[in-house]
Design a protein around this ligand. Structure first.
Ligand code: GZL
Ligand code: ZN
Length: 305
């Protein structure tokens, strides 16, 4: 045989033309931007051709994108379902077309688990629990009024972060959620809802925001009302994107539960295995931690997103 190595075997990872159709939620938050970047970079690095769509947070746009990928006969479909329900029909169509589906970031409430190969994402209930656990140890027996900025109505992270937080504080009768409303995971949403909360509740002690973007909007509203975020009104948030971590380091947020958007590399590995017909785990959990103000100061310089 020839002495020189076969060139084709050298460029590791360049698969013979896997095409992935990815239907993204939108560009609503810093987390989403980082998630999109991770997916696009990982596709490039792994030699997978990526067809990408942004649904502006509308389910009908995501379903349209999924249908177009089915028509284009891509090798694998991946998406982050903006809400948990309403996917069975289009997932059945993908199954009938023989195109495997991988869920990333958010889950679906599909009864039939054969409609997708794997779901890679965080445990949102645990994220909510971590937020509540911190508050319980932080306030002790002090009477504490909490207002909650919920994520997108019907989205798995919104449903589950609410559930996890409530379970963590359920044993502390001194901690009460006096108001809870969706800010749709955006800064403007968080600001508008917080302005309304401040008008109707003079006695707010804590804000629990389901993501940093809404927490950053709430900070603007709190400062506009002449109060000090992080002191007069404490803030707990989820994601740990750069802007959130900066506010944490600056003392305007008190605690952030990390939710990693860097799902790209694991997604591409899963996709290659799925297309090759290899067994993959039904559930892949993302690694993530928590940050206090001191830990944010330390982590900021090397923060990837
Ligand atoms: C969580 C992700 C959420 C982020 C928000 O995995 O779905 O959506 O927490 C984003 O910032 O909008
Ligand atoms: Zn559900």
């Amino acid at each position: 045989g020839s002495s020189s190595p076969d060139v084709a075997s050298d460029n590791k990872g360049a698969d013979d033309g896997i095409t992935m159709g990815f239907a993204q939620v939108g560009a609503e938050s810093g987390w989403r931007t980082a998630n999109t970047k991770s997916i696009q970079e990982a596709a490039k690095e792994s030699g997978i051709e990526l067809k990408f769509s942004d649904a502006q947070q509308k389910q009908e746009n995501q379903i349209k994108a999924l249908r177009s990928y089915i028509q284009q006969k891509v090798d694998v479909i991946a998406f982050s379902p903006v809400v948990e329900t309403g996917w069975d029909a289009v997932l059945q169509e993908a199954k009938r077309a023989g195109i495997p589906v991988i869920l990333t970031d958010r889950a679906v409430d599909a009864e039939d688990e054969t409609l997708y190969e794997s779901f890679i994402g965080s445990d949102f209930v645990l994220e909510g629990k971590k937020a509540g656990d911190w508050l319980v140890q932080e306030v002790g027996s002090e009477e504490t009024n909490v207002v909650e900025l919920q994520g997108t109505t019907g989205a798995a992270p919104a449903i589950d972060r609410k559930e996890g937080f409530e379970s963590a504080i359920s044993g502390a009768s001194n901690i009460k959620v006096i108001a809870s409303q969706t800010g749709d995971f955006t800064r403007s949403g968080g600001k508008e809802v917080m302005e309304a909360f401040l008008k109707s509740h003079p006695d707010i002690d804590v804000v629990y925001a389901h993501n940093d973007d809404m927490a950053l909007g709430a900070i603007e509203a709190i400062e506009a009302a002449g109060k000090k975020p992080g002191e007069d009104i404490k803030i707990i948030s989820v994601d740990a994107v750069k802007d959130g971590m900066q506010a944490l380091a600056d003392g305007k947020i008190n605690y952030i539960v990390e939710c990693s958007p860097l799902l790209g590399p694991q997604l591409m590995d899963l996709a290659k295995k799925v297309v090759a017909g290899e067994e993959v785990p039904k559930r892949v959990l993302t690694e993530e931690t928590v940050f206090t103000q001191a830990e944010a100061k330390e982590a900021l310089p090397t923060r990837e997103y």
